[in-house]
Design a protein around this ligand. Sequence first.
Ligand SMILES: Nc1ncnc2c1ncn2[C@@H]1O[C@H](COP(=O)(O)OP(=O)(O)OP(=O)(O)O)[C@@H](O)[C@H]1O
Length: 275
Amino acid sequence: MTAPLLAVEDLVVDFPTRGWRRPPFRALKGVSLDVRPGETVGLVGESGSGKTTLGRAVLGLAPVTAGRIVFDGRDITRAGRAERRALASDIQVVFQDPYTSLNPSMRITEILAEPLSVRGVSTRDAERRVRQLLDQVRLPSDAGDRLPREFSGGQRQRIAIARALALSPRLVVCDEPVSALDLSTQSHVLDLLVDIQESTGVAYLFVSHDLSVVRHISHRVAVLYHGEIVETGDGAEVTATPSHPYTQRLLLASPVPDPAAQERRRAERHQLLRS
Ligand SMILES: Nc1ncnc2c1ncn2[C@@H]1O[C@H](COP(=O)(O)OP(=O)(O)OP(=O)(O)O)[C@@H](O)[C@H]1O
């Protein structure tokens, strides 16, 4: 079997709480998960289950109390600043809100070229790469001269994806990347992520509260509940025959596009409410 690109092992994250002698709040209670090269692992769970904390820990943005994060065989749990900077070419992130994640005063070309110039890429090569990136996320080449406010939410999210791809990372943490978008824009962005994965081999750790979104994109799914993984498995399997009651509840709460399945779920929900 292929070695994992990312291995999260028994990860514990505690946050300090206010108040005298109150114990810290344990947001992750020993979470293990891996992502193989070119794979999408969906991390699903309701608000407060710890999804974002796990993504942030992988990015070095959450305090790790115990456990390990291993990337490509290297322990990065407590990587210092310089090591994190070097890791930025391997691990990138796309955040939820396309309205706040792009610098409003920078033109798209500058936004996309910034990570390249920081790494010493020449202006000419950076320009060529920016054209490639715009093409990859299906934006016209003249998009580069414009400012973020001139784009819709879906287009801005494409720009954020292009920026994440600029350094050809091997893993992108996608933190609720479509939840601020309307349904049809969501599916375009998800299809784009799939196409990009097919052409580049990038892996995604895909965080979402929405099981229908995760089902659309993931090879494997992990279900997080109160800081613990309660179910993992093949994406289609977990969503078709969830074994944990919490996953079943999540499934009932998520929209299913197939009308027959929708009818079935409606009946199930009805029965559940009556029982
Ligand atoms: N910096 C922090 N300080 C204290 N508590 C935090 C901090 N960050 C997260 N938490 C707590 O940790 C728990 C998990 O939060 P997290 O944001 O990871 O959940 P989530 O599943 O991503 O939910 P959401 O989708 O609402 O962001 C929550 O109870 C949250 O209040």
